[in-house]
Ligand binder design. Structure first.
Ligand code: DAH
Length: 338
């Protein structure tokens, strides 16, 4: 004779197998396993069974509960799998996908990256300083007299607290020397700001790479060799490089560098690309005073410094007619450099 629990199991398995959807299956689950379902009822009945029957019926009850639970889960899995394959049934996986749009580096970033990697090959480390600067870092420490026109409010953005937006990246020369004793060999790429009238070649924010090399016996020959190498790497091996005497307060002697290159449209003209010179002893003395030591003894150390206008370099190399294009985010312009 089959035990009623075995009959119950057979009924449950049959109902589970014939449940046609998830809702009907849930109804079966409640009927058998729910709080007042058939299996639960048997748990109640157990209490009134004679002591010797309890272990046998108890074991059977556990088996029935496990079998019914497993059958319901298996059936639910079937429904879930069917639902998932129905969801993708109409998708043609042989169709080509929607390509994601690929970005590209901004032309200015491309020239900046190329320039940085050339200097890194010559052993220059990267240095940085804040865009919001003290007047001391921007002018005084760089031997710029109090009446110099660059200090004028017409030329430089001043903040109410007396600080300013750096008018050049030469500030990082000072910061680098404050932070480390010589020898030192750094470049500092970054933004600079001037209150220029904005036009095709002037922007309130532009970009420079500053360079500084201080060691024993650094000479103008080192300066020339380094910058000629850099410019020929950037503009091509047959580029002509010319040094013209110039004046900067923080270098003595000072030069401007012009290049003439076939890589440039209208390559028969000299174009100015860089300011540079030998670090003025007054700059070393200002740094020493701030450091409170004489690490940069001008009798022992010499150095050269330079400043390259990156917007200008990118405009020359890519033949870009207007500096404002760099900041306008016009995709028709930017896509040409992708
Ligand atoms: N700071 C100068 C400028 O913005 C460029 C420059 C000239 C930087 C000579 C230098 C240098 O380091 O030695 O016009």
């Amino acid at each position: 004779m089959t035990h009623p629990l075995e009959q119950l199991r057979a009924d449950a398995l049959r109902d589970i197998a014939s449940a046609e959807d998830e809702r009907l299956l849930e109804a079966v689950r409640i009927r058998f396993l729910g709080r007042s379902g058939a299996v639960s009822e048997w748990s109640e009945k157990m209490k009134s069974l004679p002591k010797e029957e309890k272990p046998i019926v108890g074991k059977l009850l556990n088996e029935v509960r496990a079998a019914v639970t497993a059958a319901i889960e298996a059936r639910a899995d079937e429904f879930r799998a069917a639902r998932e394959s129905a969801a993708v049934a109409n998708i043609d996986i042989s169709l080509p996908g929607t390509p994601g749009e690929k970005g590209a580096l901004h032309p200015l970033t491309q020239i900046l990256d190329r320039s940085i990697s050339i200097f890194r090959r010559m052993g220059f480390a990267l240095a940085e300083g804040p865009d919001v600067e003290t007047e001391w870092h921007c002018f005084d420490a760089l031997n710029t007299p109090p009446d110099h026109p660059a200090r004028n409010e017409q030329d430089t953005f001043y903040l109410r607290d007396g600080r300013l937006l750096r008018a050049h990246t030469s500030t990082v020369q000072i910061r680098a020397m404050q932070a480390a004793a010589p020898p030192i060999r750094v470049i500092a790429p970054g933004a600079a700001y001037r209150r220029d009238e904005i036009d095709a070649t002037h922007s309130a924010q532009f970009h420079q790479i500053e360079g500084l090399y201080v060691d024993e016996k650094v000479s103008v020959a080192d300066l020339k060799g380094t910058l000629e190498f850099f410019l020929r790497e950037l503009f091509g091996a047959d580029t002509a490089v010319r040094f013209r005497p110039h004046y900067f307060p923080f270098t003595e002697p000072s030069f401007e560098i012009d290049v003439k290159s076939k890589a440039v449209k209208g390559g028969e003209q000299w174009i100015e690309v860089c300011g540079c010179g030998m670090v003025h002893p007054a700059v070393f003395e200002a740094v020493n005073a701030a450091r409170g030591d004489s690490a940069y003894d001008p009798e022992k150390w010499t150095g050269f410094a330079f400043g390259l206008g990156m917007d200008r370099l990118a405009m020359i190399l890519f033949d870009i007619p207007d500096i404002r294009l760099f900041a306008q985010n016009d995709l028709r312009f930017l896509r040409q450099f992708a």
